[in-house]
Design a protein around this ligand. Structure first.
Ligand SMILES: Cc1cc2nc3c(=O)[nH]c(=O)nc-3n(C[C@H](O)[C@H](O)[C@H](O)COP(=O)(O)O)c2cc1C
Length: 381
């Protein structure tokens, strides 16, 4: 099937699975340990029940909104994903371009496979830079300066990687940075000649925003563990707040008290996230966290949420529970693998179309009309 004919994000995922070597698909699709958090992120949208209101004029519906005080064509941003160039050699620039075309922000990861300046060079569009704080803080300082110089609008500080999650699929597959050739990976690659051709043309994907030195094919967890600071405290947020004058987001909070504390530090928004279930396994899903305290927290600080969003109706559910917008991670990676720019465009079109349909069925002409009255949430079992 051609990516432009996909009818759902699920179709794009199936195509990505067929096109990518197993080790690469598993790196994207996989999560920590038993993958309970990752599954809950998706499944718990099923616990949100819509309450349609009928006989309202929905001849025109609008998904346009405001994100971080600036207009966005939809309440969606593309989440930061490290090493996205594994699924498509030009993934970061393709994602940035398609986000701009769709009128939504793109968040570039510190661990991206493309230099932040090269992504900025795609031109038009809102771009945010996701920051990890390094053990050597001068590396972080330098990244902030570069992001500022390259015109990134906002910084997104990710705080849920004190250590890297235990990702069993990656361990089983011997996933390393850069990918190491072993008899098993060679066979895996040989079965995916198109992907190999891209690799031969563009070289082995690796992180391009900082000097890695010779990694000698260490595991992803080892690489990240050696670089990012596990001793981070709230001091880092205060430091960054003083350092960065533009909009600052903190990503990876899941507890109400942490969200309120971040609000006290003067962040412009909090991304409620469990890193797509890739870090600690066995947490609450992010939509359950929102259902528990979303409106209360949103009264203090704008909330974005990510994890498990696979339908436009999921975006609507998150907004009804207090989020200003959402980030999507895996869906646009599946899409880039399935069909490059065309695939990503299709993915965003699908989500937006599903949002419009859900609004119309709910009797809401715009996202501003969404609220707690639009949904019931099934109690935890
Ligand atoms: C392959 C992959 C790489 C990721 N890399 C990063 C990263 O570098 N920084 C970050 O803050 N989050 C990273 N994330 C987490 C995403 O930003 C986001 O929180 C998560 O994917 C949302 O869940 P979803 O994939 O179900 O939409 C990554 C996720 C994936 C799937």
């Amino acid at each position: 099937m051609n990516a432009s004919r996909a009818t759902s994000v699920h179709d794009l995922r199936r195509m990505a699975r067929a096109r990518l070597p197993r080790a690469v698909f598993d790196f994207v699709d996989g999560a920590a340990c038993d993958e309970r958090s990752a599954r809950a992120n998706v499944d718990d949208y099923g616990a949100v029940r819509f309450v349609p209101r009928l006989l309202r004029d929905v001849s025109h519906t609008s998904v346009a909104t405001t994100l971080l005080g600036a207009p966005a064509a939809a309440p969606i941003a593309i989440a930061p994903t490290g090493l996205a160039t594994l699924v498509h050699p030009d993934a970061d620039r393709v994602l940035a371009r398609e986000a701009a075309r769709a009128g939504i922000p793109f968040v570039l990861s510190t661990a991206a496979g493309t230099a932040l300046e090269d992504v900025a060079a795609v031109g038009e569009g809102r771009r945010w830079f996701q920051l990890y704080v390094f053990r050597d803080r001068s590396i972080t300082e330098r990244l902030i300066e570069r992001a500022e110089a390259a015109g990134y609008d906002a910084l997104v500080l990710t705080v849920d990687v004190p250590v890297v999650g235990k990702r069993d699929r990656d361990r089983r597959n011997g996933f390393t940075v850069p990918l190491r050739l072993t008899p098993a990976t060679l066979l895996d690659f040989a079965l995916h000649p198109r992907w190999c051709l891209d690799l031969a043309r563009h070289g082995m994907p690796t992180m391009r925003n900082y000097e890695l030195g010779d990694l000698g094919g260490r595991s992803h967890a080892e690489v990240v563990g050696a670089l990012y600071d596990p001793g981070l405290t709230w001091e880092a947020l205060a430091w960054l707040r003083a350092r960065w004058k533009g909009p600052l987001l903190i990503k990876g909070l899941l507890a109400l008290d942490d969200v309120l504390r971040a609000a006290d530090h003067g962040v412009e928004a909090v991304v409620v996230s469990n890193h797509g279930g890739r870090q600690i396994d066995g947490t609450s899903s992010t939509i359950r966290a929102l259902a528990d305290w979303g409106p209360q927290a949103a009264a203090r600080v704008p909330l974005l949420v990510d994890g498990g969003i696979r339908r436009g109706s999921d975006v609507v559910a998150a907004l009804a529970l207090g989020a200003q917008g959402v980030l999507i991670g895996r869906p646009t990676l599946y899409a880039a693998a399935a069909g490059g720019a065309e695939g990503v465009r299709r993915c965003l079109d699908i989500l937006v179309e599903e949002m419009h349909l859900t609004l119309a069925h709910l009797g809401a002409a715009s996202v501003a009309e969404l609220g707690r009255h639009c949904v019931e949430v099934e109690a935890r079992r």
